[in-house]
Design a protein around this ligand. Structure first.
Ligand code: EPZ
Length: 421
């Protein structure tokens, strides 16, 4: 397994360009199953999860042609299978996003139940309940969701809790259902707005994406389209925190600062200078001591859970005690023990943490446990004195494109140690 080796203590300066959002790219790829025409997606991030979704689409019989690293054309014209097998779903939970499209277009789908993962139990009960309300017959057996329908029908559906994947799955299915669907208590993340824009350019009738009520008027068929994936707000946030920690001045280009308001607000409260421009952010750290601040994750437009681990590293450098409250996932503090091994002083109590700062972090051998926890270890390595070696960085490769190259270009001393196994 590859590792990352970081020599900490370097100041960063320069420009970094943000890629397309992984969490928008994955549902966009699943949407290709809704049409037999070609769907061309630009700005695709070069990350492993996109490769896993590509393998799943190929397994289903879709055709996928890659024109460049960031430009791919997909077509769900002649499927040979309706099954998302366990080996792919267990590698990437977002595989479950093929359920709604397969059901809507082919009338049947068999998708392995994802099960829990490092950050929590992560059930898909809301996806299932809503698809049943659209008229699907769903049975859970032998670890699979078996779904079939002789035609989905529009319905009024209220999600019992906000779910990003659930909103996306059901929105895609409802595009080909007969009549009108009204979805309430929808997730409002920018990735949902991006998916709705793609579906609309495929001929779907969708109103209200980005609000808690989405109204969809079903159509007979969807067409091909050309779509550019929205910029990755979590990648942006990760570089912004790097800037706050060790940046003289980092310009983060090709991003959408309006998707990052709570983060920008928190960074400013810590004393970091942040200039927000229409498509870029300029972050200057180190001009004053970092101040402590309390943070709480929430569904969008609140502070994303996917930014919590990275911000926690910044709080280890703040003067005083910061409170962190994780409200989305029950087990998203896997980074705390590893940060502790680097000298952080963090006390955990269920979904809350107290971060005592400032702590002088020291380089250590640490292990990545999930995607964002891995990003936090990279940030800790940048600010620590001495050498940090991060093992199991396949977690990082799932969602960060060329992270060591981007950080090296900013002046970090970071190197990938390629495994021979
Ligand atoms: C998406 O996961 C993202 N993944 C996650 O990004 C992100 O952390 C999460 O949304 C929250 O913002 C993708 O977009 C591919 P949810 P998703 O359904 O859709 C519970 C990353 O690091 N829930 O909004 O799986 C669930 O257990 C990742 O890039 C149910 O109870 O998240 C969680 O506590 C990790 N029943 C909460 O809702 C359901 O049927 C939010 O989950 C569905 C969800």
């Amino acid at each position: 397994m590859d590792k990352l080796r970081i020599e900490g203590g370097r100041r960063l300066k320069g420009r970094v360009t943000i890629g397309g959002a992984k969490n928008a790219a994955l549902p966009a790829m699943a949407a290709s199953l809704l049409t037999d025409e070609s769907l061309t997606l630009d700005g695709m991030p070069d990350v492993w999860d996109v490769g896993t979704m590509r393998r799943l689409l190929l397994h289903l019989g879709a055709s996928v042609s890659q024109h460049s690293l960031s430009d791919v054309t997909l077509s769900g014209a002649s499927l040979k299978s309706h099954e998302a097998p366990y080996k792919l779903v267990k590698t990437m939970r977002a595989s479950v996003l093929v359920l709604g499209p397969l059901l809507a277009r082919y009338g049947r789908a068999r998708v392995s139940l994802p099960g829990g993962c490092a950050i929590g139990a992560r059930p898909i009960d809301q996806h299932i309940r809503a698809l049943e309300q659209l008229g699907a017959k769903i049975e859970l057996a032998h670890g699979f969701v078996n779904a079939e329908t002789d035609g989905l029908k529009g319905a009024s559906i209220r999600f019992g809790r906000q779910t990003v994947g659930g909103t996306e799955n059901v929105m895609m299915a409802a595009c080909l259902a007969r009549g009108e669907t009204v979805l309430d208590n929808c997730a409002r993340e920018p990735e949902i707005v991006d998916l709705a824009a793609l579906l609309t350019s495929m001929g779907a009738h969708i109103e209200g994406a980005g609000t808690s009520r989405i109204r969809i008027h079903g159509v007979e068929r969807l067409t091909g389209a050309h779509h550019e994936i929205v910029a990755d707000r979590i990648e942006t946030a990760t570089y912004a925190v790097a800037g706050a920690l060790v940046g003289d001045e980092i310009e983060i280009d090709h991003c959408r600062p309006e998707h990052l308001e709570p983060l920008i607000d928190i960074l400013r409260k810590t004393g970091t200078e942040v200039v927000s421009l229409p498509q870029s952010l300029i972050v200057r750290g180190g001009t004053r001591p970092i101040e402590c601040v309390d943070i709480e994750t929430a569904p969008y437009p609140g502070l994303a859970t996917d930014m919590q681990a990275q911000l926690m590293v910044l709080l280890t450098q703040a003067v005083g005690t910061s409170k962190v409250h994780e409200t989305i996932f029950e087990n998203r503090f896997m980074h705390v023990a590893e940060l502790g091994r680097m000298g952080a002083s963090i006390e955990l109590d269920g979904s809350r943490a107290l971060v005592y700062g400032p702590s002088a972090l020291t380089g250590a051998e640490v292990m990545a446990t999930d995607l964002r926890a891995s990003a936090s270890l990279v940030l800790a390595g940048l600010v620590a004195t001495g050498r940090t070696t991060i093992d199991r960085i396949y977690h990082l490769d799932r969602g960060y494109e060329h992270i060591e190259e981007k950080l090296e270009a900013l002046g970090a001393s970071i190197e990938r140690l390629v495994a021979n196994d």
